[in-house]
Write a protein that binds this ligand. Sequence first.
Ligand code: UDP
Ligand code: MG
Length: 311
Amino acid sequence: MDISVVIPLLNEDESLQELEAWIRRVMNENKFSYEIIFVDDGSTDNSWNVIKDISNKNENVKAIRFRRNYGKSPALNEGFKIAQGDVVITMDADLQDSPDEIPELYDMVKNQGFDLVSGWKKKRYDSKFAKNIPSKFFNFTTRLMTGIKLHDFNCGLKAYKNDVVKNIEVYGEMHRYIPVIAKAEGFRNIGEKVVQHQKRKYGTTKFGMSRFIRGYLDLLTITFISKFGKRPMHFFGGIGTVIFLAGFIMGVYLAFQKIFNSVYGMTDRPLFYLALICMIIGTQLFLTGFIAELIQTNSSRKKQYGIAEKI
Ligand code: UDP
Ligand code: MG
């Protein structure tokens, strides 16, 4: 199969039929073999019925329905699990992303060697203050922190090599950072394509301003996990040791003064408390490192290492 289109959706019943027809037209015109995977993220409107209807008419349409709303990332994750196409394309359900971009995205991944191609909504049709300006800032800091030169991390329209989606796990609200996760897994060939963007035709946006605050917290988590996720002791143990040693040296210095120079009144000196605090915090960080290692080695989600090829 050439292409899997994964579409997460929450209450988008008005758009779905139009979207499916559009994708079908593009696929047929280009003679792609394809599947469309709708992931209904706990919609409370008529979306699921519409999807059932669509899949009765088009055998290339598959669908997953969540029991409740988990979020866009879990929806993508489940879609990725069952995607069979050589190239996997994700797209929002609200008709803001254009299926006409599919052939070019497919070509970039299939023939030009990209692991991942991210859409770039160069000209956006969203409200300036709620989205465009904060989003510029968001993309700027993410570029700075991750070293990945993308203009639009959050774009819903992306294309992946099948291998990529099978080797990453997207949870929480990590969908904004799939390129970062993919890069941490060793998929380095990340490209970008300017894509058409439309105004939302039906319904309203599902994300508020809270996305930016959560976005930064997620970025911290991702940077931390991709660096120390498999070796937490190196982080906690490292800092713990340094702090403990600092406290210990201060303590030795105080004891030395008391014994050999007969300086008394140690417990009145700030240094005494600093020494205590440092030793306690240092030990705690160290123990945290141990616990983190225990959790890491016993974790049921024990991830395999990314293997690029086998002979
Ligand atoms: N979405 C989802 N689960 C959620 C929130 C959103 O599956 O909890 C879907 C939504 O239906 C749409 C896509 O994610 O297909 C992008 O959402 P939206 O258009 O509201 O985001 P925006 O374009 O405003 O960034
Ligand atoms: Mg949208």
